[in-house]
Ligand binder design. Sequence first.
Ligand code: ATP
Length: 308
Amino acid sequence: MPACENAMSDFVIETQGLSKRYGGKLALNHLDLQIPRGRIHAIVGANGAGKSTLFRILLGFLAPTAGSSRLLGCDSQKLTTALRSRIGFVNEEHTLPGWMTVKDVVAMQRRHYPRWNEDAFKNILGNYHVLPEQKVGQLSRGERAGLNLALALAQSPELLVLDEPTLGLDVVAKRAFLESLLYSNASEECTIIYCSHQMEEIERVADNLIILERGELKNMSPPDAFCERVRYWIADMPFKGPEQHLVPGLLQVQRIDGLFHYVVIDQDDDFADFLRAHGARSVQSMPVSLDRAVNGFLAKNHAAPAAA
Ligand SMILES: Nc1ncnc2c1ncn2[C@@H]1O[C@H](COP(=O)(O)OP(=O)(O)OP(=O)(O)O)[C@@H](O)[C@H]1O
């Protein structure tokens, strides 16, 4: 099959039965993932869920054990330099040559990328007090993050991958980064993949929430729709609550001041009847934040060993 038979694919990322085994460890398990063009897609997962492995395979740096993957319609194992130049990448390390001045880095990038957009660059960098003659190594972490975002967006990428871009930034720098991204209209011009463990960021920026768990796809929906699947229940039960394995959809349970606090997924109002049947004198239910919903979901299997 030609490497780019489907270069105008509706999907920026497409995997079919993608698996990666490292010795006895299965990092990706028959992953079928289709990410449509446009908007901001968050990818979340606990440590070791397989996110880095997925990106290494997608970018052609690692071969899968089984299955296939395509990036911007092209076979990941056959990506050309021209295709890679259509992808922007910002990660937590903000790896730019520290000894170069900002203006020299910008000149280098301007020469390298034929679709360089000076306005996009200035729009983002204008949010930061960065001087052209400053050395990159002298910039603060937040300024370096802003410069990296400006450089990535100025190359007019079709796909922009942001991998924990705000890790290590303080609250002010984080907010500046997110606002630069949101006000840039980047999500109208390219597809953004946002990998982060910070749910408040995802809640703010993401249109689509993709959850990976042990190399498998567990959710693909708007963040609000995922929140609606999860509910918080408080039950006043004078005796021992039901055995945990009997509680339907259980993500988390805690006993605080004699009250049972449950976080459950995919349960309707019948859950109240279940609690009453186990002796609850009163029950109360409330919605949860994205942070609680996702972290409850990811923590559910945390202690169990990974399947090989
Ligand atoms: N080179 C390797 N050799 C052996 N095992 C590996 C290798 N790289 C990754 N793994 C294992 O594969 C699994 C997935 O790792 P991966 O780095 O893809 O996860 P991740 O979701 O990116 O994690 P994190 O959020 O911690 O960066 C982990 O269990 C990890 O230990």
